[in-house]
Design a protein around this ligand. Structure first.
Ligand code: GLY
Length: 363
């Protein structure tokens, strides 16, 4: 049994804490502010790698796909251990196009994803209307991915936190700054001796560069998002410009911008204005509506777009689990499994070499 201290109480830190504690370790989570108070709680909760990943398959695609496959059982376990129900909707998705010229890109996406047994169908305009009558008549076709789903992120994070507490994880919030002394995590209040330290601080991970003596090119990219009180959609709806997703609380969420604003989580007129303009074109009923809620979160982006997951070669008592960018919610179960397997020295069943946290060091 190892003493594990996790720095960061977002969805990644809490998922790792849950997995490690239930495997018999003694876990402490140290959170600078409130658990789930940043990007994790702000997310739209998309579990949609087939729509969101444009590139050809690589280890990152496989990582996302594996995590999507883990979700049905994973979310049940979180519900069971927390005794909190939260929305998990296996809605499927529609990736809509407005121009015949874009059909080829749908076909290309479908062709390479088929090699990975991804189920999808290209629907005609009429078929899209049957599935989703509220969408614009300008949609000419859509790629239907029935396996994609979504989750209510604030509910998921609250349940994860409760599940951790119920299992006996020691969660310390509002610690402010912390430092590392050997493998002890030192806060203003206490010194937490650890066998293993996990850095899961999302967009704030770069502040640990000096402590860890390594280059951590993780940057905050703001995602602005808004929600309408609107009739529900049956699927997650994507276009090349964004996504719409209906939640069980009666909201339709429109996301999301990508802009650089340092650590500013305010929304801007420009950011939300673009989303409004776009969403009204996709779903005409929104035309006469104003969003009732607007917010933003900071996604942890990395220099090469891939997360940092694994042990630091020069400091093997430290494992990094950060830089999940647009996919933190989706990648939470697989990241928890990978980190727990590293700690338990169980061989990885999935290629993680591309995510080595030391890959940015000068040689
Ligand atoms: N994965 C959705 C977003 O980052 O906006």
């Amino acid at each position: 049994m190892a003493r594990i201290t996790i720095i960061g109480g977002g969805v990644i830190g809490l998922s790792i804490a849950f997995e490690c504690q239930r495997r018999g370790h003694n876990v402490t989570v140290v959170e600078a502010q409130q658990c789930g108070g940043q990007a994790s709680g702000a997310a739209a909760g998309m579990l949609a790698p087939y729509s969101e990943i444009e590139e050809d398959p690589d280890d990152f695609f496989r990582l996302c796909q594996r995590s999507l496959q883990l979700f049905p059982k994973w979310q049940e376990e979180i519900k069971r251990h927390s005794d909190i129900d939260f929305e998990y909707n296996e809605s499927g998705s529609l990736y809509c196009i407005y121009h015949e010229a874009d059909r080829l890109s749908l076909e290309t996406k479908q062709a390479w994803q088929r090699k990975f047994n991804v189920e999808s169908t290209i629907l005609s305009a009429e078929e899209v209307r049957v599935k989703e009558p509220g969408l614009s008549r300008d949609v000419v076709a859509a790629l239907w991915c029935p396996e994609e789903s979504h989750i209510y992120a604030p509910g998921y994070v609250a349940a994860l936190l409760q599940a951790c507490r119920n299992l006996g994880v020691h969660v310390i919030e509002y610690v402010g700054d912390a430092t590392l002394d050997g493998y002890a995590v030192v806060t203003k209040q206490e010194r937490i001796e650890s066998d293993q330290v996990v850095l899961a601080a999302g967009a704030w991970s770069m502040y640990w560069e000096k402590e860890l003596g390594c280059t951590l090119p993780v940057y905050p990219i703001r995602g602005q998002i808004c929600a309408y009180e609107a009739p529900p959609l049956n699927h997650i709806v994507f276009t090349s410009q964004g996504y719409l997703v209906a939640k069980a609380n009666g909201s339709v969420v429109a996301g999301a911008s990508e802009d650089i604003a340092d650590f500013d989580t305010n929304v801007t007129e420009h950011g939300i204005g673009r989303l409004e303009k776009w969403s009204k074109k996709v779903m005409p009923v929104l035309e006469k509506m104003d969003p009732f809620h607007k917010w933003a979160g900071l996604r942890p982006a990395t220099q090469d777009g891939f997360p940092l997951i694994g042990k630091l070669i020069k400091k093997p008592g430290v494992i990094l689990a950060t830089g999940h960018y647009r996919n933190g919610i989706l990648l939470s179960p697989i990241t928890a499994k990978i980190v727990a397997d590293e700690i338990d020295q169980v061989p990885q069943q999935i290629a993680i070499g591309q995510f080595r946290p030391d890959r940015f060091q000068a040689i």
